[in-house]
Design a binder for this molecule. Structure first.
Ligand code: GLY
Length: 390
């Protein structure tokens, strides 16, 4: 009995010590956003030196890697600048956020792929949300109309890629692009977004709520095949794909255009994905790059950051209070891990990015264990969501 009491007291002491030493969320937020202001000022200087068409992409072998406007990630850099401005109120950052956002207006009126949703929602979406500039709303409406042209009513989806061996490839990532249609589209375009989410719910998921990466459709809408192109194997659970699925269905819950029966289906889907992830994630919340990879395989910080933001979006809507709390707890754990020296750069490091250890496309040997713009973007978003600022 005495031994049990001593053990209990020691455990209580350890818990108290831990609670005392844990950084408060306001302190963590200030530390990260102060660093982000400094790092993104450096990143901008480095990317400007690469020429007027360059956007940051990653940092490998001590070198900044850039992309052009068309790369699916071009909206994340301005998006992070908007988040940094929202938190710090630094006027210089506002000026840079506006400048780099405006560069994306060249996407309107030219052939693009499904990633127009990512590109415009993360840039002009925040310009509109934070400044109410009518030109931003105009670009968003035009962007929604442009994305809607990729919708095939027979298939019920927006087409993803225009390359490759497939007939009509749709990838799970495409759920993220629906926000452009749902928030800024006409009623007809909003219905396309809802239909896409329905079709994806039908065909992209396994019974355990994990998702394939790609479904290829025949012209009549039947499924030709299912694959996981960026994962370990076709039947594996590629971590970032699961993150897009969680965030994508949780995002739909905040859209006024979604009617009640669809809302209930999408909510149940997001809850199922969240429960599956909560069971599988490691203690510190950052998944291996693929849930089926060998223990000790590379982690993917980007998947952890996207999941954190997605868990917090779901927590705002689910009626299951236990699940909502578990989602908030996990998101906070993920943010704390990413804000630790294991992932977070120090000022002046990695070219101005924030987070190390993301995995872009391991099977093709591209962007393996590197900083990536979208890891930073969703990390900053998750912190703002934890603070109730989004
Ligand atoms: N949307 C591409 C990716 O997640 O790698």
């Amino acid at each position: 009995m005495r031994k049990r009491l001593t053990t209990l007291m020691l455990a209580l002491l350890a818990l108290t010590a831990c609670a005392q030493t844990q950084e408060s969320l306001p302190d963590l937020s200030k530390r990260v956003f102060d660093l982000a202001r400094e790092q993104y000022t450096l990143l901008e200087k480095n990317v400007t030196a690469k020429g007027p068409g360059a956007f940051p992409r990653s940092f490998e072998a001590d070198t900044l890697r850039t992309s052009d406007l068309d790369w699916w990630c071009s909206g994340f850099f301005p998006g992070s600048l908007w988040y940094i401005w929202q938190y710090t109120g630094d006027e210089k950052i506002l000026q840079r956020a506006s400048f780099h956002t405006n560069r994306l207006s060249a996407l309107i009126g030219r052939h693009t792929d499904h990633d127009l949703g990512f590109q415009l929602t993360c840039s002009f979406g925040h310009a509109w949300r934070l400044t109410g500039r009518s030109e931003a709303a105009d670009i968003l409406r035009k962007g929604a109309a442009q994305l809607a042209q990729r919708f095939d009513p027979q298939i019920g989806c927006i087409r993803s890629w225009d390359f490759g061996k497939w007939n009509y490839p749709v990838i799970i990532d495409n759920m993220m692009n629906l926000e452009l249609l749902l928030r800024y589209g006409t009623p007809e375009e909003q219905q396309m977004g809802i239909r896409h989410a329905e079709t994806t719910l039908e065909n992209h998921f396994r019974d355990d709520y994990t998702s394939w990466h790609l479904v290829d459709y025949a012209p009549d809408g039947s499924v030709r095949g299912k694959q996981t192109v960026q994962g370990l194997a076709d039947d594996s659970a590629w971590a970032r794909g699961q993150a897009w699925a969680l965030y994508g269905y949780a995002m739909l819950l905040g859209q006024d255009a979604v009617d009640t029966p669809h809302w209930e289906r999408f909510c149940a889907q997001a809850e199922g994905i969240a429960r599956m992830l909560l069971e599988r994630l490691p203690e510190d919340g950052i998944p291996l790059w693929d849930f089926n990879a060998e223990p000790g395989a590379l982690r993917d910080a980007s998947a952890g950051a996207i999941m954190a933001a997605g868990f917090l979006r779901l927590a705002d809507y689910t009626a299951d209070e236990g699940l909502a709390q578990a989602c908030r707890d996990m998101a906070e754990r993920q943010v704390r891990t990413l804000a630790s020296p294991a992932y977070l750069a120090e000022a002046g490091e990695i070219g101005g990015f924030l987070l190390r250890h993301s995995v872009g496309n391991l099977p093709s040997g591209s962007e393996v264990d590197v900083p990536l713009t979208y890891a930073d973007y969703y990390f900053l978003e998750a912190i703002l969501r934890l603070n109730g600022q989004l």
